[in-house]
Design a protein around this ligand. Sequence first.
Ligand code: FES
Length: 169
Amino acid sequence: MTETAEQVEEQAVEEEIDLTAANMVIDKYLDMNGNLMPVLQGIQEEYGYIPEATVHLTAERLNVYASQIYGVLTFYAQFHMKPRGKYIVRVCMGTACHVKGAGRIGDAIKDHIGVGHAETTEDLLFTAEYVACIGACGMAPVIMVNDATYGSISVQKTVEVMDKYIEMG
Ligand code: FES
């Protein structure tokens, strides 16, 4: 059973989420078949993640069970249920990078910005993710910050790269 509009509103207040953008995304796909995925993708684009209140709003407006939406969200790795940092720091933990000290790079990041795998700094500047091979083994160990790749990286260089992004804010 889906929830009433009042309940949806209540939850939005609790999370202090402005649902205007989510409603606009839903409006756009409302009459389309198979609209759940594009709606969720659109919501994530707007908010950077899928706030819980938008799950309930989507359930109500698309007339699907919230549990069905949670099923989709947990199945597809592309969806995030928590806010993420402005900078996503991917640390490759694939074999080549592992052999060349990726563990130390992960530790250096944790020491310097305080987050390990799947954690986000409180100021929402960084999210760290340990990932499988990102296809640049020739320059192992490798990290990525958003779309920028940093290869043959040392602990020292990692700290410098993190500082650069801290400075940029
Ligand atoms: S193992 Fe790290 S890029 Fe391939």
